[in-house]
Design a protein around this ligand. Structure first.
Ligand SMILES: Cc1cc2nc3c(=O)[nH]c(=O)nc-3n(C[C@H](O)[C@H](O)[C@H](O)COP(=O)(O)OP(=O)(O)OC[C@H]3O[C@@H](n4cnc5c(N)ncnc54)[C@H](O)[C@@H]3O)c2cc1C
Length: 474
């Protein structure tokens, strides 16, 4: 039996909104719901933060350069879209990364994971920590697990278990590189719940990592290893994912359409979506797939309490700089994926990926592509051109580069990275409870249960499913 016709609007054409729209269209077909769908995107392209540019044979990522394959939702969507055949994994020959110490690149010891060693010999030999720092790290084997389950910051957790050096020299730069934020404020349970589990299950992070290593070597003896690399991208860049979704949804996408506010109509039967110049659209179902502060602005007249809650999730800005060089001008062997920079080193960047080493097909033969990240604290109230030239100088000094880059591509990501502060999960369940009470509306994006691409895909997917469920169950 076919259902009555419905209108659905998705606000925001980033990966979250595109996934929500895609799932609305496929699921509506499955459930035989005739759906009139629209995706409203403020910009002149879809994809949001995900954006690949091709230039003179280089594949330049303005935003993300890969996604993790251990969270299943990213690869599952790609398999469903039939683009898994374009997957590329990271270069298996150069697994290691570097950390800056006294203006030099030092390899992260083999087996070291974010904050703790999973192998003893390379850890003992590394010059990254002092002898005192190493002994303090090893105390993790004897410190008992925290008894209460109160959330704590990543910084407090690392210092409690492994000491100040483990935090300042490794955990802070590693985590800073992922979240472009201050580990002093980041919630451990919302960002790295695995470490909490390790503490609970094994009473020690080091013991948990050693155990994990033992299990992994057992599994690799028993099987031919995992099907995919830990991090995945596409031969032509992350844009492949966006372009594929955009192709499938092209008839529904409305670009250059900024939503100002939403409200219910007079008899409360549907949504009114108010655009610039006070034009309006109508819809029965609505998914807002925007950064939380933008969602807050849009719903503030309709639900001031939820809007206020959403505004408590801060977002930080960052800048990426892609730099192309001739290989012969770079003295460093580039025998790794890239490097991270502890705050203690007082340089101008968080880290730098050796993009054309990390992934194939990123630079034409004889050239290299590097990508530096700059955090909000270095760009706030500063002249951006000056920061960019300081970062290029830092990178050149560290890698022994004598010449100027062939070109640089600077990308600004204004307030695009959600910060999961201590207490985030309680805050989010409160937000989700409030949002659930609003019929015909879902919110999705990187503010809630994960900032990575697979998390955003999951969030968009769930938002679409629950919208259709609310409709079929009504
Ligand atoms: C520099 C950087 C590097 C990253 N690297 C990685 C990585 O390597 N791997 C990984 O997994 N994740 C990475 N992330 C995180 C991940 O890319 C993001 O969390 C994810 O892309 C967010 O997608 P989104 O659709 O939720 O939001 P967005 O991409 O921000 O999309 C929101 C969209 O909404 C539109 N919009 C805004 N306001 C309105 C309005 N009022 N009306 C209509 N449209 C509007 C915007 O124009 C935009 O297109 C990175 C993030 C950054 C900033």
């Amino acid at each position: 039996m076919t259902q009555p016709h419905k209108r659905a609007i998705v606000i925001g054409g980033g990966i979250t909104g595109l996934t929500a729209a895609y799932r609305l269209s496929t699921e509506a077909k499955k459930r035989k719901i005739p759906l009139e769908l629209k995706i409203l995107e403020a910009g002149n392209r879809v994809g949001g933060i995900i954006h690949t540019e091709h230039r003179d044979g280089f594949v330049i990522e303005h935003g993300p350069d890969a996604f993790i394959s251990t969270k299943p939702w990213g690869k599952a969507l790609c398999e469903e879209l039939g683009i898994d055949e374009h997957f590329i994994g990271t270069n298996s020959k150069v697994r290691r990364s570097f950390v800056v110490r006294k203006n030099k690149l030092v390899p992260v010891p083999e087996g070291f994971y974010m904050m703790a060693p999973g192998s003893f010999l390379p850890f003992i030999k590394t010059p990254i920590f002092s002898l005192k720092g190493k002994l303090r790290i090893l105390l993790d084997l004897f410190i008992s697990a925290k008894e209460n389950s109160d959330d704590e910051s990543v910084a407090d957790f690392v210092r409690r278990r492994l000491g100040i050096e483990a935090f300042e020299r490794m955990a802070q730069p590693m985590i800073g590189g992922i979240y472009t934020s201050d580990a002093e404020n980041l919630s451990l349970s919302a960002t790295f719940p695995r470490f909490l589990e390790m503490e609970k299950e094994h009473g020690s992070i080091i013991r948990a990592l050693l155990n994990q290593k033992k299990k992994a070597s057992q599994t690799s003896k028993d099987t031919s290893g995992p099907r995919y690399s830990l991090f995945l991208s596409f031969r032509d860049g992350m844009q492949t994912l966006v372009d594929t979704l955009a192709d499938k949804l092209s008839e529904f996408i409305q670009l250059n359409t900024q939503v100002e506010t939403i409200r219910r109509n007079d008899d409360n039967s549907h949504w009114e979506i108010v655009l610039e110049k006070n034009t309006k659209l109508e819809s029965d179902l609505l998914c807002i797939a925007l950064p939380a502060p933008r969602t807050s602005q849009i719903i503030r007249n309709f639900s001031p309490t939820l809007a206020e809650k959403l505004n408590t999730i801060p977002y930080t800005s960052s800048v990426t700089i892609n730099m192309a060089f001739r290989r012969e001008d770079v003295t460093h062997p580039l025998n790794g994926m890239g490097f991270v920079v502890p705050i203690k080193e007082q340089l101008n960047l968080i880290g730098c990926s050796f993009s054309s080493i990390k992934f194939e097909n990123r630079a034409p033969a004889g050239n290299v592509l590097l990508r530096a990240f700059i955090g909000e604290n270095k760009i706030q109230n500063r002249n951006h051109e000056e920061v960019v030239s300081l970062v290029c100088k830092n990178v050149s000094d560290l890698l022994g580069i004598q010449s100027s880059p062939i070109f640089t591509v600077v990308s600004h990501h204004n307030k695009s990275m959600a910060q999961y502060l201590v207490g985030h999960q309680t805050n989010i369940s409160d937000i989700q409870d409030q949002a659930k009470k609003i019929k015909g509306l879902t919110i999705a994006g990187n503010a809630y249960t994960g900032i990575g691409i697979p998390d955003c895909i999951y969030s968009g997917d769930q938002a679409a499913q629950s919208l259709l469920d609310s409709f079929t169950n009504s």
